[in-house]
Design a protein around this ligand. Sequence first.
Ligand code: ZN
Length: 445
Amino acid sequence: MLKLAASTQFDLPTLGKSMHELLCALFPLPRSITGDGLRATISAINDILPLNVSEVPSGERVFDWIVPPEWAIDEAYLEDEAGRRIVDWRESNLHVIGYSEAVDAWFSLDELRPHLHSLPDRPEWVPYRTSYYKRDWGFCIAHRVLGTLPEGRYHAVIRSRLFPGSLTLAETLIPGESSEEILIFAHDCHPSLSNDNLSGVVVAAHLAAYLREQPTRFSYRFVFAPATIGSIAWLARNESVLPRVRAGLVLSLLGAPGPFHYKTSRAGDREIDAAAKHVLATDYPGSCLLPFMPWGYDERQFCSPGIDLPMGRLTRVPNGEFAEYHTSADDTSFVTAEALGEAWLACLRIFEAVERNQYYVNLLPKGEPQLGRRGLYRSIGGYQDVPERQLALLWVLNQSDGNSSMLDIAHKSGLPFRLIGDAADDLEAVGLLALAASARCQMKP
Ligand code: ZN
């Protein structure tokens, strides 16, 4: 079972730095929902975490969707009559609309305008745009640069190909004591953008690398796939896995400073919801709780009515609610090692709460058992949190009638989950508490 040390025992600065380094290495790769940039990303993650890779062929039906053709791009630029390059895909892969079809032609500025995308409110930033399912082509450009373009002829060149290929899925399963699974999903299809969602990718990869070395009660499955079409393809191919999913998290937007935001599962009252709410409320003051809504990231698929997994979503400031979202300003300097490290530990704390959320029965429920005789009532010693530790023992004894989980007791008592879990361990060790037989592997309905 996953039992984490105190936060001070983790070297979060070093870990955060390692995540940020991986993020910087992945940043320039020209990712999309298919293609070699995506494969190169998976290959780089594979260096720290062995992944099982599968390819879903273009044209395969996945629920109501069809896997699109693969997209490859070799070169793209816009140049003026003097041959000066206005934008060049080699400088930033955001400069080309994802899935642009090929073009090699001269245009007047007016003819070109419908194919040029900029942000008038943020004239220095380049927007991120895609057109996966409607054939189109275009460039994304800083509005300031667009404003300097004189009338004249412009040469638009995009050397891209759309062809029958495949979409890349990657995952790893880390076995635990139980075959019940915790499912973690991170989308990996955005090109040079950091917070959305390389932050989710690197946090997930480092969580998996850590959990591989730990004894865990549950098995952990990490899935890296493109947003929407990737999660749908994974779900369509893995329906047999879904009954084993006990809890899960969609991870995104974890690297920029800002409070955590937890979005609940579709039902809103699953074990993962209780765990995340409790951990964030006690360990990360200022965190926000969002009710489920069918908009956002891949929780839309995992929480669709025919799938309805007990999965929530953890981000910091959500998509669309910060100015840098889907722009060139979401670069490697926008995310910090500190924010990544803190998010990594927050996820582990949530997993720990799910793992330790058991049901117990008090074996001496008539009156309070005499704790001092059993060495549990510490009246002396250097424990700063002695009163809370003692209170936790009393709460666990009082509420453990087989119907209250550890999270229920933590919630009712207002004490940190860790104290409640440790109190249960202490009480079990001296024979005052036992796992409730009927609830040993059960969740509340
Ligand atoms: Zn996005």
